[in-house]
Ligand binder design. Structure first.
Ligand code: GAR
Length: 197
């Protein structure tokens, strides 16, 4: 069985959508893959309890315990390498990753970002879209490269920005789409990987 690993920092709702899809859509049977572990850089990430209750292994690697970004990333890399992952999925993992880490997992490292990249990389994406008068917003799944929020785009979901939207209402509309987009994009990736064998 091949391994997918998921990195989170918070509520983990995208991670939950992916784990659920992996079960409901029989990824183990169809692709020989499973979500092997959920790793968080924060011990209080709510998603950890959810994953544990689902029987998925969890691990915490507290970035504050490391002297530098490079030290933390090296420890994270070592932890993930134990699983020899076919895919490393960033799902609300709120850390900038160093070039060495990104290069090590190049081609098997993906992220979801809550905007229509290349617009609005970084933080506060929904408020910035509202402030700019955008009529559409959305989410992007992309390959991770050394430049933050800049890798090749794999898939996007688009939602309207409605009159009276706040960052919260827009964010909730986008998040609902993220939960459909991310599992679907991973399944497309698995299909392509299977076809390439
Ligand atoms: C999601 O909206 C995700 O797109 C965003 O954090 C949220 C995590 O929610 N990611 C980023 O902003 C990455 N730069 P979740 O923990 O419930 O999946």
């Amino acid at each position: 069985m091949k391994n997918i690993v998921i990195l989170i920092s918070g509520s983990g709702s995208n991670m939950a959508a992916i784990v659920q899809a992996s079960v409901q859509r029989r990824w183990a049977e169809r692709f020989g893959v499973r979500v092997a572990v959920v790793v968080s850089n924060r011990a209080d990430a709510a998603g950890l309890a959810w994953a544990q209750a689902e029987g998925v292994a969890v691990a915490v690697l507290d970035h504050k315990a490391y002297a530098s970004r490079e030290d933390f990333d090296a420890a994270l890399q070592a932890q993930l390498d134990v699983y020899d992952p076919v895919l490393v999925v960033l799902a609300g993992f709120m850390r900038i990753l160093s070039t060495g880490f990104v290069q090590h997992f190049a081609g098997r490292l993906i992220n979801i970002h809550p905007s229509l990249l290349p617009a609005f990389g970084g933080l506060h994406t929904h408020q910035r879209a509202i402030d700019m008068g955008c009529q559409f917003a959305g989410a992007t799944v992309h390959q991770v490269t050394a430049e933050l929020d800049h890798g090749p785009i794999l898939a996007q979901a688009v939602v309207p920005v409605l009159p009276g939207d706040t960052a919260d209402t827009l964010g909730a509309r986008v998040l609902t789409q993220e939960h459909l987009l991310y599992p679907r994009t991973i399944e497309d990736w698995l299909n392509r990987a299977a076809a390439a064998l």
